[in-house]
Design a protein around this ligand. Structure first.
Ligand code: CA2
Length: 141
């Protein structure tokens, strides 16, 4: 059976490709979505791609994943470092969760060194640029 993977992107990631290319590269979120769809097809996976700037929407999406998806890829962006609520929502899931960051958060400001959601993740990919999403999808094979 085809595995269904949900990809959730957090706040400001809709601005990718417009600013800070030295940190995040030049790809837009639409480019990342297209690449994920192409990679998923080649791997025999089905992907559903979302972005939200709202913590509540992200939590609702995580709740909806229960029973509906076989895996979750999440770049919680700024909420990575602040959100106990997203950690709690991820902790309820019984499917593999891969935390992705485009940049190497450990090479940046100290406040980015702590991820509140990592303890709920099966694996973490950071610092590989937008290729991290592709690596996350490959982990489901
Ligand atoms: O490296 C990542 O993927 C991050 O999750 C990106 C977040 C940041 O808060 C995390 O510490 C690391 C920020 C996403 C905002 O992206 C922008 C893109 C273009 C212009 C401005 C922000």
């Amino acid at each position: 059976m085809t595995k269904k993977i949900l990809i959730i992107n957090g706040p400001n990631l809709n601005m990718l490709g417009t600013r800070q290319p030295e940190i995040y590269g030049s790809a837009t979120l639409e480019d990342i979505e297209e690449r994920c769809e192409a990679v998923a097809e080649s791997l025999g996976l089905e992907v559903v791609f979302h972005q939200s700037n709202s913590e509540g929407d992200i939590i609702d999406l995580i709740h909806e994943a229960k029973g509906k998806y076989d895996g979750l890829v999440i770049n919680a962006a700024g909420y990575t470092h602040t959100s106990v609520a997203i950690f709690d929502a991820l902790s309820i899931l019984e499917i593999p969760v891969i935390e992705v960051h485009i940049s190497n958060i450990y090479k940046r400001e100290e406040f980015r060194h702590k991820s509140l959601i990592s303890p709920a993740a099966s694996g973490i990919i950071c610092g590989f640029g937008v290729k991290g999403y592709e690596l996350a999808l490959k982990s489901f094979i």
